[in-house]
Design a protein around this ligand. Structure first.
Ligand code: SF4
Ligand code: SF4
Length: 359
């Protein structure tokens, strides 16, 4: 049976529900098993728990605190762009648009024809764009998703769980929105209704979409892993009425790689990761405890990316070498051994980066 995703079920949506509201009552009447665990971690803004003086927060939070506002402006900009008369496009336009998004800053791009199961059934996680939409049915439909990956800087992620991780996370959300805005604006100018997804507005979950668009496989930590760029990527997507040649899912042997590695599971400070697999709509995911994972966000007051920094595939092994090791236990073990020798079991760094270093 096809599973439909509901955005209200994701942890970031659940923990933003206020206890004295109808939305809270209604959600936990239908999903009582989440209530106790969610109440223990319920907090809209985990950043206020960052263990730094107020002055530090006053100085450095503005590095990213306007990002949501900027993204709202991006949506307004897109709304203001007219969908023009249709332009005749060449047969290889799927290649043109991929190259264009790379020109805008994407690392890699894949295309998938949208089906009903790609969409969330209802809005959750409410950032008030374009208005309060929590709980509303998602009725919008587009023909095609152009999914792209944005680079994340490992020097920030290696500081996890410290403020640098949040800085990079918020930075790349904004970068993805920017590429999305430019791509969607371009397609509207060519005559095709288009929108982009971003941190403040999703109508489809992105990881399954990226898998169907051939951008990678899902690792044991449930993040997307690209065969060349690893898991130090963030996903963006443009939804459009333009028909494009689609890509298919890829297999670079990640299932065996993860089985022989498990470094994310070993390093996760909250034991949130499991080696037990679950299948959703034919795709491989892993069981995952989102409540314990979110606890570290709340306790540390920053994002956590220890699992991402732990992954050998984030360390530029090289596409050819990864493909050569596909389903070959000896070659996989050699990659993991070399990673442990070069970077250690957990390649974290404690010294702050210059943008938040105080002297
Ligand atoms: S983000 Fe941190 S706590 Fe969550 S799964 Fe990854 S390592 Fe574990
Ligand atoms: S750290 Fe290892 S087990 Fe975890 S996702 Fe990466 S390759 Fe898979």
């Amino acid at each position: 049976m096809v599973k439909l995703y509901d955005e209200r079920d994701i942890a970031f949506s659940r923990i933003r529900l206020k206890q004295d509201t109808k939305a809270y009552q209604s959600y936990y009447e239908k999903n009582p098993s989440y209530r106790e665990g969610d109440d223990a971690i319920r907090e809209k803004d985990f950043l206020k728990n960052l263990k730094k003086p107020d002055l530090f927060k006053q100085r450095f939070f503005p590095i990213f605190s306007q990002n949501e506002h900027i993204m709202q402006q991006f949506y307004r900009t897109l709304e203001g762009i007219e969908t023009k008369e249709k332009t005749h496009l060449p047969k290889n336009f799927h290649e043109n648009i991929k190259a264009t998004l790379k020109h805008y800053g994407a690392l890699d791009v894949g295309i998938v024809r949208l089906k009903d199961h790609h969409y969330y059934t209802h809005h959750g996680y409410d950032y008030d764009y374009p208005k309060q939409v929590y709980g509303q049915k998602i009725k919008s439909r587009f023909k095609t998703a152009i999914v792209f990956l944005m680079p994340m800087d490992l020097t920030y992620l290696k500081r996890s769980p410290h403020i640098e991780t949040t800085l990079e996370s918020m930075n790349v959300y904004l970068n993805a929105a920017y590429v999305g805005l430019r791509g969607a604006s371009y397609l509207k100018s060519l005559g095709y209704r288009s929108m982009f997804q971003s941190l403040i507005y999703y109508i489809t979950p992105l990881v399954p979409l990226a898998v169907d668009a051939g951008l990678g496989e899902v690792g044991m930590h449930n993040h997307l892993i690209h065969p060349k760029y690893g898991d130090k990527v963030r996903i963006g997507a443009i939804l459009t009425d333009l028909d494009l040649v689609e890509d298919g899912p890829i297999d670079f042997g990640l299932e065996m790689f993860c089985k022989r590695c498990a470094l994310c599971l070993i390093n996760c400070p909250m034991q949130s990761i499991s080696f037990k697999q679950r299948r959703v709509n034919g795709k491989r995911f892993y069981k995952f405890d989102d409540q314990s994972c979110y606890k570290i966000f709340k306790n540390a007051g920053t994002d956590c990316a220890v699992c991402i920094q732990s992954c050998p595939l984030a360390y530029d092994i090289g596409y050819d070498k990864v493909m050569d090791a596909k389903n070959n236990p000896e070659k996989i073990d050699a990659i993991i051994k070399a990673h442990l020798e070069n970077h250690g079991r957990r390649p974290s760094i404690k010294t702050p980066l210059p943008l938040v270093e105080e002297k």
